[in-house]
Design a protein around this ligand. Sequence first.
Ligand code: PMP
Length: 363
Amino acid sequence: QMVRNVYPNLMPYTCSLADLPVEEMKQALGRDQVYKLSFNENPLGPSPKAIEAMQKSLQQLNLYPSSAGEAVLNKIAAKEGVRPENVILSNGADEMIILVAQTFLEPDDEAIIPEICFVQYLASTHLMGATPVFSPMKEDLGIDLEGALQKITEKTKVIFLCNPNNPTGTAIPEEDLKAFIARVPENVLVVIDEAYHEFADGDGYASSVELVKDYANVFVIRTFSKIYSLAAARIGYGIGQAALVDAVNHVRPPFNVNSIAQAGALASLDDAEHVAASRQSNRIGKELLCKTLDALGLPYLKSQTNFVCVDTKRDGKEVFDRLAERGFIVRTLAGYGLKSSLRISIGRPEEMEAFVQAFKEVM
Ligand code: PMP
């Protein structure tokens, strides 16, 4: 057999309509307009300053990009109160998860992953031939840190956490996370994926970047795909102590982040106004959605992100199909055992107005 069986037990991840590019969604549904609410994208698009910088960068496509991306590293470091040697760029947060797995996981190792969590931790653990060990969720579907601690064995190398979590949208309270990290053995790496960091502003959420200073085994992952709306450009980053970052740098391909993405990221970091506008738009859209869910009496998880996880109390796939008929594509969560739940990304306020009308019709 030539091909490695890399994904022996990958969660049943239904490759449906929800994973198609918008144009293909339109074709599949035979509609001129579709509302893609399945990828947690920022509907406002990138900062105009980023687009301008990216267009300018096209003039130097003959040249390799900066390997480490020093300009972007420096700007992130200044913003986050760390040093440039504490930061490393990746081709999206997805690549950072893979790089971390490649750096720290060997076939005999175990990686602890919350049961209802972003699927790339599982995929990357399998990629390395290591063993995923699922930790349970709390009854309220928050990440159960105590449960994760109990899963630690002498084989545990990495614990993956997502804060705020995808697909639940929930945040881990700062105090709980601090107490947890203090109890994790020093030889176990705690990876905290903060892809939705910039949307979070409550429920006790705090970034773990501060903890990097005190803990050599904490590594934080961020992305420019969400609030900065550069998902197509593919750029993310990690923050950790210099020794960790250095180790990951030994695995990182030399030109993993292209110069267009670097230019876009750099300019994005300068446009605080656009970030504020994106947060504001998200807040309005999310409030609109949640008000409707309240009125319909449907339970949903309090979201610190740009999506909401709702229990439709019906077969989620059926609700998905009926929304799709009306041009709204959301995400089913049956692969996580949440058969009646949907994850709905927040679109622009006017898109959410249209969505809640359709949602009321199908419910
Ligand atoms: N982590 C989480 C929690 C995510 O939700 C996503 C995107 N869906 C990613 C990482 C990957 O983001 P990127 O586009 O930066 O690869």
